[in-house]
Design a protein around this ligand. Structure first.
Ligand SMILES: *[C@@H]1O[C@H](CO)[C@@H](O)[C@H](O)[C@H]1NC(C)=O
Ligand SMILES: *[C@@H]1O[C@H](CO)[C@@H](O)[C@H](O)[C@H]1NC(C)=O
Ligand SMILES: *[C@@H]1O[C@H](CO)[C@@H](O)[C@H](O)[C@H]1NC(C)=O
Length: 386
């Protein structure tokens, strides 16, 4: 293990200081979770299962208004069958993570049977991928995994780049070998510092204790992008478990995919741009790689979808309603034609209300059942009771 000054010197010599993009010089408003001052006391550490003493740094001089804030590395080897967990966050946010059921009572976390329905394969032009090796049914859980590294988002804004890299390297190097391997084995986009690259290329945005973090879920991160994905994921914060489930039936031999694009309705140019800027790859999904005609057709359909959605959701609360059920049916059809599955969920729900208001009970029930089924898959089955 090397010492902090050595590591800093090494990082400084290896990685030139880049200038941060200028941050907005507006008046600082301290979010409540940042405003409680750091207490440098042993009492915080008592009864906390760290494998190492946490190590902390403060914000750069450019963020003097946050001078009492500390970002610390918390590490434990006793997580996920010895793979370990490293967290870079504020002491308060760390508490909320380490007090969760998934951390305190790992035996209670949900698990899948040992035989996965997929294999890891190297696909030409796609890199490492998860490929189904039997039929997976709609709604079926495909994999469950846990984070190995969690970083609070504010650390990327308030710390110097050198400190960000230093903390992340400390976090990584303090993990047991299995954890280090899991993190370092993930895809890189060639964006400079290895660990920064791994986080940016593979990190999922996730709130812990209401605070924005980015976390690394190794198996979840193996799933490649498709604009028309066949899988979706949810995260059970209390169980600290990332759950991937099937959006439709997936046949043996098909690659399991997510969409990396948050908003599924964006036109092709924007979609390509986001993928290029964030993940440094050229989109080659079924839509991006289609013929010019097909791409234009898709863009036109997406434009209609956006307009229809605006009308439907904006006018839903107004006096003069359009024909709601007709708009919902039309939009569902457009999503089917476009091959988008997930956005249909909120239409099922809206459909149940709209048909209910018209007194069409049978249709209302049909949509209510669908909405319930899909929301259960989307957020976990315990939220809806019959
Ligand atoms: C699918 O692959 C997994 C390994 O990831 C293996 O354990 C399992 O037996 C395979 N299932 C079938 C049906 O081949
Ligand atoms: C896009 O994918 C197809 C196969 O799906 C492949 O033949 C083609 O080379 C890929 N294009 C790029 C630019 O990666
Ligand atoms: C609204 O559309 C539905 C079809 O979804 C149709 O059955 C109904 O008659 C229409 N209502 C009005 C007032 O136009």
């Amino acid at each position: 293990m090397f010492s902090l000054p050595l590591l800093t010197a090494w990082l400084l010599s290896t990685y030139p200081l880049t200038v941060h993009a200028s941050t907005c010089p507006t008046k600082p408003v301290l979010p409540p979770w940042l405003s409680s001052p750091w207490t440098e006391s042993a009492e915080i550490l008592e009864n906390r299962p760290w494998t190492y003493e946490p190590e902390c740094v403060g914000p750069s001089w450019k963020h003097a208004e946050f001078k009492d804030v500390r970002f610390c590395v918390f590490t434990t080897a006793h997580f996920h069958e010895g793979r370990g967990l490293a967290v870079i966050t504020t002491p308060d946010a760390a508490d909320s993570i380490f007090l969760s059921t998934g951390f305190m009572a790992p035996e209670s976390r949900p698990r899948l049977p040992d035989v996965p329905a997929w294999e890891e394969k190297n696909l030409p032009g796609r890199g490492m991928a998860l490929v189904a090796n039997r039929t997976i049914k709609t709604g079926e859980i495909i994999l469950m995994d846990q984070p190995v590294l969690i970083v609070v988002r504010e650390a990327y804004r308030l710390l110097t780049e050198v400190d960000q890299e230093m903390l992340q390297w400390k976090a990584l190097l303090r993990l047991p070998e299995a954890g280090r391997k899991a993190a370092r084995g993930l895809a890189k986009a060639g964006l400079g510092d290895e660990i920064m690259d791994v986080m940016q290329t593979n990190g999922f945005a996730q709130a812990y204790g209401g605070v924005g973090h980015v976390h690394l879920v190794p198996q979840g991160a193996r799933i490649n992008h498709d604009c028309r994905p066949n899988a979706y994921y949810r995260y059970d914060e209390d169980m600290m478990t990332h759950v991937v489930w099937a959006l439709r039936d997936i046949e043996a031999g098909e690659e399991i995919t997510h969409s990396y694009i948050h908003d599924p309705d964006v036109p092709s140019q924007k979609r390509k741009q986001v993928l290029r800027d964030t993940w440094a790859f050229e989109c080659n999904c079924s839509i991006c790689g289609a013929s010019k005609n097909k791409v234009e057709e898709s863009d036109q359909r997406l434009e209609i979808i956006r307009r229809q959605k605006d009308r439907l959701f904006i006018s839903a609360g107004e006096q003069k309603k359009p024909n709601m059920t007709a708009s919902i049916e039309e939009l569902l059809q457009l999503y089917d034609d476009e091959g988008l599955i997930f956005p249909k969920i909120e239409l099922f729900e809206l459909g149940a209300y709209a048909y209910g208001q018209m007194g069409k009970e049978e249709m209302a029930m049909k949509y209510a059942h669908r909405a319930k089924q899909w929301w259960n898959w989307a957020v976990g089955s315990s939220v809806f009771v019959d």
